[in-house]
Design a protein around this ligand. Structure first.
Ligand code: KG4
Ligand code: ZN
Length: 333
């Protein structure tokens, strides 16, 4: 089954053709990062306008690179939420129009399910497994009992991990998005600052909190500025990354131990983080667990992950969405 998938929930206009949930025939991402960078973050209205400008070419390119035409495509899939409403609407309306014109079934995919499914691409991973989803909008532990049977275990009560990376980067004068920039700068520094890490008591569900860590860094930097001190940016970046990663690691370990998970996957933009991968790999090796993560290009927003998720959704017997499909700013899972 070949699925043409579209994703426009934030600042990437993306289209892909995916075969049977695991094989990517094409994956085109038009990033708006440069456009939003001067504002220090994504401006929703500008994102929507740029999706409108880019989407036709992005879909055409995805089809061309896949070698597929209308006849070879079995279904159209689109992210309907969660995300920026105006941005989502561009993809949803485009997908509806294409499905109507081409007489193909249309499937609505949740963005979070897409991030999860990124782990199926070029992989033999099958449920059950535990997944840590960490992106700009989500930080959550999910127990994937079957492809369409996903149970939330714990999430952040305040900021998402990616959001903390972005805000800390901003206070250190680094450009958006902050994750890759902090990772780079951290290599030049040492994790000498002790920063807050929430502690779980055994028996408790792991939950995350990033606003305390973020505020700690902001206060640390502002204090140094007020005293006229030079900001040791690399050391702060290294310390922040270490604590941000440690929190993700401790929460994941806690959930894996309490559920008995032998396979642990990570997904979302923050799953690109080298330090997080190394920390989990180390633990996986010492405890005999399998650790899975998507290829870097499938960690951050893309449409291949939406095509992969759509395949497993269709296989589970889900009905096509119909042309009444609407975008949703928030989606349960
Ligand atoms: O999944 P994603 O592309 O979009 C959302 O659904 O939010 O995630 C973007 C987030 C941003 O906050 C970005 O700073 C973070 O992922 N990110 C990283 C890294 N690469 C991207 N965070 C830490 N380390 C990275 N290497
Ligand atoms: Zn995302």
């Amino acid at each position: 089954m070949k699925i043409l998938a579209i994703e426009s929930s934030c600042d990437e206009t993306a289209a892909a053709v995916v075969e049977d949930g695991r094989r990517v025939l094409s994956n085109v991402v038009a990033s708006q990062i440069e456009i939003h960078r001067r504002f220090g973050g994504v401006v929703p209205e500008i994102a929507s306008r740029n999706h409108t400008l880019a989407i036709d070419n992005v879909v055409a390119q995805a089809l061309e690179e896949s070698g597929c035409g209308k006849a070879e495509i079995d279904a159209v899939a689109v992210t309907y939420g969660a995300g920026l409403l105006g941005a989502l609407l561009v993809g949803v309306n485009y997908a509806k129009a294409l499905a109507y014109a081409w007489k193909k079934p249309l499937y609505a995919v949740s963005h979070v399910r897409g991030h999860l499914a990124a782990n199926y691409i070029d992989s033999d991973l099958e449920p059950p497994y535990l997944c840590l989803l960490a992106s700009g909008g989500h930080t959550a532990l999910l127990q994937v009992r079957d492809y369409e049977d996903v149970v939330p275990l714990g999430k952040s009560g305040d900021d998402a991990a990616g959001e903390a990376f972005d805000k800390v980067a901003r206070v250190l004068g680094l450009p958006y998005p902050g994750g890759p920039e902090i990772q780079k700068l951290a290599k030049e520094g040492k994790a000498v600052y002790k920063m807050p890490i929430p502690v779980f008591k055994s028996g408790e569900t792991a939950r995350f909190s990033y606003s305390g860590l973020k505020t700690f860094v902001i206060n640390l930097v502002h204090g140094m500025e007020q005293r006229g001190e030079t900001i040791p940016r690399a050391d702060i970046a290294a310390s922040f990354q270490e604590c941000a990663v440690e929190q993700l690691f401790l929460g994941t370990r806690h959930a894996a131990e309490s559920t008995g998970a032998r396979t642990v996957a990570i997904a979302g933009g923050v799953s690109a983080n080298e330090r997080l991968r190394a920390r989990l790999d180390e633990w996986g090796e010492s405890t005999g667990r399998r650790i899975c993560y998507p290829k870097l290009r499938y960690c951050t927003d893309n449409a291949a992950m939406i095509g992969a998720a759509a395949y497993f959704l269709i296989r589970s017997g889900a009905e096509s969405a119909g042309f009444g499909l609407d975008a949703k700013a928030t989606v349960a899972l």
